[in-house]
Design a protein around this ligand. Structure first.
Ligand SMILES: Nc1ncnc2c1ncn2[C@@H]1O[C@H](COP(=O)(O)OP(=O)(O)OP(=O)(O)O)[C@@H](O)[C@H]1O
Length: 512
């Protein structure tokens, strides 16, 4: 019996074979390492075995043969191979499949060849001797990048008819049909697009759908969260920097605008950029030109920008926080995602989708579904954290349940206790319960054979710490950021992504 909504026994299976984004880690990604140095191959095999199936090749010819025979998520490539120059191998890989991220291994970080490779579209480079932690981080990022750009988004008003091999973009409400139509209309036009909507409404999914259906779908897709980096690092991340541009800039770095030449750049949280960065982004939008930080050579790039925000940019312009000309440039084509509370008719299809994904992910073959009462409650809730919160609630219920059918008892208190009055209330986190919950969560995840324990437990802990500090500062985000020792942008990012709801009486609750 498959997971479904209020399904009577023996009803047809509605299990969806697609995997939601968070479960990408379920199947082991694969990595190809090409280097003639046996020590490097052994080091890569040992240190990366926990994150990828590692295949090795000790020459360019062997590497290309294996690449074509396999299905790799990333390649680690030595810049100097015995039978061919690494750059030439890189070009062959690009010709074979432009979307496989390639990381170069170089003798010195500032190698000109590596910079040339970055300009041609390599994912990144790492200097030898290889340090295990940075290597693992980089390979993980590359794999994630590959998955972001290759998981097709099947736009469907009806999840049963959707492409079963891709991540689904669920919605059958008139509002979502309008969104799908808008994506179809503008995806192929090479213009910048601004995606707007509350946190968790699916802005990133829209960006990826636009990319998948665009003329640039075979080219690179890179995503940058502008809220996650302090201003100076964001500028260098986007535009690169020259050696010596600032303390710590030991070598030239190629930024995303240069790296993404020919492709699509998704700028998430575009409202969270300091004025100098806004000016530089505006210039790229106007004439596709920019300079690296600390450089005076004008560079040209051909990048399609898809931007997203949940912030009131017009208000920010009025308050002098945002450039009007940038807003004007970005605002040309806008896709607005409605909050979930305004399209509650989408809730059942979303539940079905997340339920079947969680059932597979947490290996709960006996789970049948949700009772009608549970579906009714979920369909009446106002979802301040939108689809992300709904997804989190369903995953939590599936993880916690020991019964084949999830009833209202299995739903979180914010849903069962919702009276339909306060617009933005979240569940108050009981301090003791939250602190005590971590060991139980980890135990449950282990018992359920999860392969995502680190991410789930870290998110739980991070949410707890941030909520407690916000409570301490009565919701004052500047003070909280200072106490936490993180930037305000990063704090805002976490508040959004964890759906932490700041109640009107400045009590802090954590939803989802
Ligand atoms: N219509 C949908 N169908 C299926 N999954 C969805 C849908 N909308 C959102 N999701 C899922 O909900 C989660 C949040 O979506 P996403 O990251 O795109 O939101 P966002 O608007 O970009 O949020 P933020 O502003 O916080 O970055 C993701 O796991 C996404 O896959």
């Amino acid at each position: 019996m498959s997971a479904g909504i209020a399904v009577p026994k023996n009803s047809p299976s509605k299990v969806d074979q697609t995997q939601p984004k968070s479960s990408w880690c379920k199947t082991m990604p694969s990595l190809l390492v090409i280097d003639d140095d046996r020590l490097i191959l052994t080091l890569a095999q040992k240190s990366l075995a926990s994150i990828a199936d590692v295949e090795t090749a000790s020459s360019a010819a062997e590497g290309m043969e294996k690449l074509k025979a396999g299905d790799f998520d990333a390649v680690l490539l030595d810049i100097q191979l015995p039978d061919q120059n690494g750059l030439a191998v890189f070009c062959e890989i690009r010709e074979y499949d432009r979307r496989i991220p390639v990381i170069f291994m170089t003798i010195e970080a500032a190698s000109n060849t590596a910079i040339e490779a970055m300009q041609l579209g390599a994912f990144d480079y790492i200097a030898k001797p290889l340090a295990v932690d940075p290597l693992r981080d980089l390979v993980e990022k590359a794999i994630e990048q590959r998955q972001i750009s290759s998981v097709p988004v099947a736009i469907s008003a009806d999840d049963e008819s959707a492409d079963a091999s891709g991540e689904l973009f669920i919605g059958r409400s008139p509002a979502m049909l309008d969104v799908f139509k808008a994506i179809g209309k503008v995806a192929k036009q090479d213009v910048p697009i601004l995606v707007r909507g509350e946190s968790g409404t699916g802005k990133e999914l829209v960006a990826r759908a636009l990319y998948q259906y665009s003329r640039r779908s075979e080219e690179t897709f890179l995503a940058v969260n502008c809220a996650a980096l302090p201003d100076n690092l964001l500028e260098s991340e986007l535009f690169g920097h020259e050696k010596g541009a600032f303390t710590g800039a030991e070598s030239r770095r190629i930024g995303k605008f240069e790296q993404c030449n020919g492709g699509t750049l998704f700028l998430d949280e575009i409202g969270d950029m300091a004025s100098p960065v806004q000016a530089k982004v505006l210039r790229v939008l106007q004439d596709q030109r920019f300079e690296r930080v600390g450089g005076n050579k004008e560079l040209k790039t051909d990048v399609r920008i898809i931007a997203a925000t949940n912030r009131p940019l017009e208000q920010m312009v009025d308050d002098g926080e945002y450039r009007e000309d940038l807003l004007y440039r970005l605002n040309g084509v806008t896709i607005e995602l409605p909050p979930l509370r305004d399209r509650l008719s989408d809730v059942p299809a979303l539940i079905r989708f997340f339920l079947s994904g969680a059932k597979r992910e947490f290996n709960k073959p006996d789970l049948e579904g949700l009772s009608p009462e549970a579906v009714e409650l979920l369909s009446a809730y106002d979802w301040p954290g939108n689809v992300r919160q709904l997804r989190a609630v369903i995953r939590r219920c599936v993880l916690d349940t020991v019964m084949p059918v999830i009833t209202p008892d299995g739903l979180p208190r914010e849903v069962t206790g919702y009276k339909g009055t306060t617009a933005a209330s979240g569940a108050s986190t009981d301090k003791a319960a939250a602190g005590a919950g971590l060991p139980k969560l980890v135990r449950d995840l282990l018992n359920n054979g999860s392969t995502n324990v680190y991410a789930e437990a870290t998110e739980y802990m991070e949410r707890y710490v941030i909520t407690e500090v916000l409570r301490e500062t009565n919701g004052n985000q500047s003070q909280a950021a200072e106490i936490l020792g993180i930037t305000r942008g990063k704090l805002r990012d976490r508040i959004n992504s964890f759906n932490i709801v700041l109640k009107s009486d400045v009590e802090v609750g954590a939803a989802g």
